[in-house]
Write a protein that binds this ligand. Sequence first.
Ligand code: ADP
Ligand code: F6P
Length: 325
Amino acid sequence: MENRNIRTIGVLTSGGDAPGMNAAIRAVVRTGAYYGLKVCGVKRGYNGLINGEIKEMPPRSVSEVLQRGGTCLMTARCLEFKEKAGVERAIQIAKVFGLDGLIVIGGDGSFRGARDLSNSGLPTIAMPGTIDNDISCSEYTVGYDTCLNTVKDAVDKIRDTASSHERCSVIEVMGRAAGYIALEAGIACGADVILIPEKKTDFDEDVLRPILEAKQRGKMHAIVVVAEGVGGVLEMAQKIEAATGIESRATILGHVQRGGSPTVRDRVIASQMGARCVELLLEGKANRIVCQRNGQITDVDINEGLEMKKHIPDELVELARKLSV
Ligand code: ADP
Ligand code: F6P
């Protein structure tokens, strides 16, 4: 797979971190080495590209990172990069460091940056690394499974105390614009109510009614899982207590959901996707997102990928409703 135009490549992580990003970086570094490429790590996302924080990563530089959460390259949100001047500066710096291609691991904001770089002459390939699982063109985003398992562990523990005290626990999970974490973790934890930003919530109908019906059947505790994008969990717990007489507590799980050692699924998919990113560059491709579709690792054009729409699976919403009877 020799490609004389691609001798040196860069890799960066951008946006919110996700468990498995390290596995992806490792896969890029080791696959690059396998094909005889020089691989450089770019620190702090697009900030590092603009500021020249770029260093060669030999294969052994990624020893012992596979099992760690976070990202050894650090990540950042870089406002400067959203401006034309920021992208132009990044292109200049990439030339100074001799980068013939770049791999970006992040979410859809990061993909827009990757597209700008490709359009400005630096062949760039992106892959999804975000706990939110909200990338339209991909069935899966690296970090999601680890996050779901973290949420599952936390909600199971909260359930122990909620049922012992006969309380209602209202738990906010991450997902500012997407409800995948709330929906799947909610099903996995047997939540009585799941609220996601994609579905309009009627407090009386969607929250109170199921809790009151359960109370009539003699159940005095409840688990309500709320996506961050719906919000208002403190107020919601107070309103539930006032309307049902069931003592209620709110918990915001927060950034604990973004950390931790990646699960097997995240490690394997991150490794597959990272390796594929390198191969695409070697095949002379640019401006593509490596993704999972129909269970297979494949790739789509970034512009097409960004325009796709991802829907919350209605059958899962329905299942959650049925099982909370
Ligand atoms: P994520 O990649 O997780 O969606 P952000 O939306 O914060 O995270 O984006 C990460 C970085 O990507 C931003 O700080 C910025 O540098 C770059 N970025 C985001 N949106 C755009 C855009 N529309 N055009 C160019 N670059 C962008
Ligand atoms: O990583 C995605 C995400 O976790 C969103 O669900 C959340 O809204 C956001 O990042 C919060 O990130 P931060 O606290 O770093 O701004």
